[in-house]
Write a protein that binds this ligand. Sequence first.
Ligand code: RIB
Ligand code: CA
Length: 324
Amino acid sequence: MHRILFDTDSAVFNDDAAALAMLLGRPDRVEILGVTVVAGNHTVPQGAEHMLHLLELAGAPDVPLYLGAHAPLVNTPERAARQEARWGPISFKGAFDEGSEVEPPHGGRFAAVRPRPTDAVSYLVDTVARHPGEITLVAVGPLTNVALALRRDPGIAGRLRSLVFMGGNARVPGNVTPAAEFNFWFDPEAAAEVLGAGIPSVVMFGLDITNHAPLHRPRFERIVAADTPLTRLMRHDMEPAFASGPGATQYVWDCITAAWLIDPSVVTRSERLPIRVERAFGPSYGGSSVDPDGSAVEVMLDLDLERFYALYADLITRPLGPEL
Ligand code: RIB
Ligand code: CA
């Protein structure tokens, strides 16, 4: 049983919201104590609305949600523009490309449940301190909130049961630049600080494993054929990207992290490797690699694809929560 703090950069559905829906679907395996939101895919106010909507849809409006860091430690939209001008395109810049306007989630109405007044970093520090050795911190966005919590109280590193995160790339290329994966690229300084913080158990779900589980259109069609509130949200969010043709694929990165927390046998290969994050401002900014100077991390490398998608489909197609 994992007692989880879920730190997320949110999504309409794929993939942060889908990962949270999966975890909420298995209270026999995981308990979600709270959700903290960080800038990444979306700005914090926009991301929070997507996650509040998901909590409501999944029948879990009592899970508290906290607003976290609005910006990375060092990276900015201006730096990203300079990086692109000098070293080539960055394929996705998430919150850096979003304005301050907050749109209502799917369905056109804001969730009734609102964020808690405490800030996410204070909530993370206090909760870990109150439950020494019990908390699995699941971080599926840039690691800014986690880095700020460790700066505030470095002692929480030793009080975590485990940090399980989606981010980085050990032996494969990046997905937003040739060198870097999005979560690490958005806040490389946070990633490096967190990996080096001395947390006793750190588990990495980087592109090395998530690349092995593309979602192809036929599987997507089979899943959304079951009409539930969650599959309606999935169709709304993901269908446009499948419109390009029968060969279209999408990745469900954070969902693999969620699946492993529910059923560890989903992962078939991992290695303990020293991972280093590139912080020098250059073409490889935010990239990660296996390097003797890096921090020791359990790097997840391969999975049982059919087992993973059976679990994913089961949890996404369950008729959770009330019809909205
Ligand atoms: O690179 C994939 C990661 O970036 C996922 O966590 C996705 O949700 C985005 O945050
Ligand atoms: Ca994410």
